[in-house]
Each structure stands twice: as C-alpha cells, then as structure tokens.
Design a protein around this ligand. Structure first.
Ligand SMILES: C[S@@+](CC[C@H](N)C(=O)[O-])C[C@H]1O[C@@H](n2cnc3c(N)ncnc32)[C@H](O)[C@@H]1O
Length: 251
C-alpha cells in the first residue's frame, strides 16, 4: 500500500494536510511490512519511494527537466509524436497525464495543453511538478503553462464545451510477461498506484466524440491498436502513435 512519510526537512502540517486531502495514512503509524510505497518530499520534490528497494531512486514528475532539455522553444514537431500531433494542432487534451513526460513534450511543442489525471495521488505529484515548472527560471516565458484537471477524462471530455484540436491518450495496459520484467521503474510504480485502465476503450470513444480534429493513441510498438481503423501511424522508439481523424465513418 501507499502511505505518506513524515519528512524531517518538510513542514509537518503540510504533510498532514496532504495525507488528509489524499485520504492516505501516515507510514509511521502502520506495520512497516504493509507499506510498499511512500509519498514524501525528497530534494524538494514530492516523490514516491519504494520501501522494498532502498537502492531504488524515488520517482517524481520531471516536466521541468523535460523542457530544460530544449535549447530553443517551441520545439519543432519533427519526431513521431510531433508528426502524429500534426502541424496545425494548437490545443490538446492530454487525457492520461500520468508522470507528465508526454505532457512535457506537448508543452515544449508550443501547444496549449489541458492535462487530465484521475488518480488523486498521481495528480498531487503532477501538481508539484507543474509548480516547479512555473518557477523554473531556465524556461520561464518560453512556453504556455498547462492546466491540470483532476478528473476522469471520460466525463471531462463528454462535458467539455470547446473541442480541443487533439485528444492524446496513453492508457495503461496489462503488462506483457517479458516486458514487465523490463518495465521502467516509473511505469512499475504507476501501475501499482493506478492498476490497469480497463475502461480505455470507453475513453477512446469519448475522445473521438470530443476531439475537434484528431485522437492520438500511444501504444507499445508491438501491440495491436487500441481500436482498428487508424488513419495514420508513426513509429517511435519502442512505441507507436496511432492517429484517428474525427468525423469519419468507422466500421
Ligand atoms: C500510462 S500512464 C500515462 C503516462 C503519461 N503519458 C506520461 O508520459 O507520463 C496512464 C495514466 O492515465 C491515467 N488515466 C487513465 N485513464 C484515465 C481517465 N479515464 N481519466 C483520467 N486519467 C486516466 C492513469 O491514472 C495513469 O496515471
């Protein structure tokens, strides 16, 4: 289970408020064998530490670091993701924000992005990462600050009034046996926090109705598409972006 840690270098009241808001217990009040993951501040970053593996580095949202990688912003839309998003796209809903890695790439491309995340724990990590981005002096004024919505994107998209040009989806999938052994730590931690997104096809349907122009779905390179009938596909390193244009008959 996940619990909140009491940090020596962080305001105790703030941690108590965080624990209450997220409905999480404090780790030190539990049997240590019950606590696998701990939410705590490490080097000023809200992070998830794995108590079962002391050598493992804590995981936090690194969106500030993603943007700092670029010498100039906005970044050109050249790679597989950029081509899948399309040159004319201006507004994107990243409906599965997770660790915010893709969100960082979308923001770097100069897009106006709304990030949606339904796990309150993951959303708290994202909010912390976005706060760092807001105060990051290296990139200040060179990107549009994304908006974070803590919501189920299926309902959020159904209720949205202004259609975004693009809805971007990267739902969790059950791991393949071979892959799971190799899966990167952030993804493994995320899977422990949120499980598999079994309603991903409903999310796709909602995205296709809500998007003004296209839905982009990220998939492992060797996995079948989330839905058949993709209009375009762009292969990246170990992943593929399937593009579905809106307003087309799909059988
Ligand atoms: C594979 S992760 C996304 C990783 C992300 N693209 C990144 O670059 O870090 C999937 C995330 O989407 C969230 N998610 C899945 N379905 C959702 C939905 N219907 N509404 C909101 N969030 C959703 C999950 O909670 C999880 O955090």
């Amino acid at each position: 289970m996940i619990a909140v840690g009491r940090d020596l270098d962080h305001d105790g009241d703030a941690m108590a408020r965080l624990a209450e808001r997220l409905g999480l217990p404090f780790a030190d009040l539990l049997d240590p064998n019950e606590v696998a993951l701990v939410l705590e501040y490490r080097d000023g970053r809200l992070s998830v530490s794995d108590r079962r593996d002391r050598r493992a580095r804590p995981v936090s949202v690194g969106i500030d670091r993603v943007l700092q990688r670029y010498a100039s912003l906005p970044a050109p839309r050249r790679g597989a993701l950029g081509r899948a998003i399309g040159k004319r796209t201006r507004t994107v809903v990243d409906a599965t924000a997770g660790w915010g890695a893709d969100l960082g790439l979308l923001v770097a491309m100069g897009l106006r992005v709304t990030a949606v995340e339904r796990s309150v724990v993951v959303a708290a990590l994202l909010a912390d990462g976005l706060n760092r981005l807001r105060h990051s002096t290296n990139v200040r004024g060179r990107f549009r600050m994304p908006r974070l919505m803590v919501a189920d994107a299926i309902g959020y998209l159904a209720d949205s009034v202004d259609a975004p040009d693009c809805v971007y989806l990267d739902p969790m999938f059950p791991p393949k046996r071979k892959r799971s052994a190799l899966a990167k730590r952030p993804l493994r931690v995320l899977r422990e926090l949120v499980g598999d997104d079994d309603d991903r096809r409903r999310l796709f349907a909602s995205a296709l109705t809500a998007a003004g122009k296209r839905v982009v779905v990220k998939r492992p390179d060797d996995a079948p598409p989330l839905e058949h009938g993709a209009d375009e596909s762009y292969a990246g390193k170990l992943v593929r972006y399937d593009v579905y244009f809106t307003g087309r008959e799909r059988i």
